[in-house]
Design a protein around this ligand. Structure first.
Ligand code: NAP
Length: 259
């Protein structure tokens, strides 16, 4: 019997895991997307879009679809779906594997200000300089828009609609990954004083931190919310796709294609 795996996705890491699992030919893999990102890059395997309708409905989905393993590879800041996953996995009696990127760690030469929320980040950034690179998602923008005497540089995949009401707002469209040459140029061209970001981790968006270090710019870092962790909530947590693959092979084996 081929094991059925449900990946809660929406991240590059989820795509890499799904692609590897499908390429192994050993598992039946479905990736679930919330359906909020425009034109997402799709992994191999089966795909579904949209919320499940809460933890009980997710548990029902696991049972109905005879899912053998739930794998949470959602973004580290997507706290609700991860909480739902813990509850649903327990209710349905399905094991849960959590794969997330390691958080970024500051190093020599960094000047990081750790905060918990976007509100705190805006308040702190306002004291550190006038030109702020708000390297956050649209949903975290509101407290920055209240800083009317600051210049805000904002980067998004799709144009903001309607355009934000702010007297000095620069919006650029781009999709990561972002390299060091580009990030260095961006910070310099806009004479940025302070960078604000979330501790998403991963290589794809880390270059801005190196550029900030090189330019001796302060970084306001919004730290990750609490997510289910091993062993407290009975979840197995790993930080690399290879570690997730090893765990899955140990637990479910590789399909015998000659069966
Ligand atoms: P969230 O607050 O944790 O979740 C809100 C609701 O969206 C969940 O209760 C669930 O609805 C639905 N949902 C979330 N992820 C889903 C998935 N993979 N498949 C099916 N339904 C899902 O999440 P969020 O912060 O809005 O992020 C939404 C998605 O975007 C996540 O999958 C995440 O991986 C991705 N993403 C988020 C960020 C971020 O900054 N938060 C960044 C990059 C990518 P029901 O309760 O109805 O099941």
């Amino acid at each position: 019997m081929i094991a059925r795996l449900l990946i809660l996705g929406g991240t590059a890491l989820a795509r890499q895991l799904a692609d590897a699992l499908v390429a192994s030919g050993s598992y039946d893999v479905e990736t679930s997307f919330a359906g909020v990102t425009p034109d997402p890059r799709l992994p191999a395997g089966r795909i579904r879009f949209g919320g499940f309708g809460g933890p009980d409905a997710l548990a029902e989905y696991l049972r109905e679809n005879k899912v053998d393993l739930l794998i949470d590879v959602t973004h580290p800041f997507a706290a609700q779906i991860s909480t739902n996953a813990v509850s649903a996995a327990q209710t349905a009696g399905v094991p849960l594997l959590l794969l997330e990127r390691s958080p970024w760690m500051s190093t020599e030469g960094d000047c990081w200000h750790s905060v918990a929320e976007a509100d705190d980040a805006a308040a702190r950034a306002a004291t550190l300089g006038r030109r702020i690179f708000v390297a956050l998602g649209t949903r975290s923008l509101a407290p920055f828009l209240a800083l009317k005497s600051h210049r805000l540089l904002f980067r998004a995949i799709a144009p903001l609609s309607p355009p934000p009401a702010h007297p000095d707002f620069i919006e650029i469209q781009a999709r990561g990954p972002f390299d060091l040459v580009g990030e260095r140029a961006l910070l310099s061209e806009h004479s940025i004083d302070v960078v604000v970001t979330r501790n998403s981790g991963g290589e794809e968006t880390a270059a801005k931190l190196i550029a900030a270090r090189e330019l001796s710019l302060p970084v306001v870092m919004i730290e990750r919310p609490y997510r289910a962790d091993d062993p407290g909530d009975g979840v197995v947590k790993v930080y690399h796709v290879d570690a997730a693959l090893d765990w899955i092979v140990d637990r479910f084996g590789m399909a015998n294609v000659y069966e």
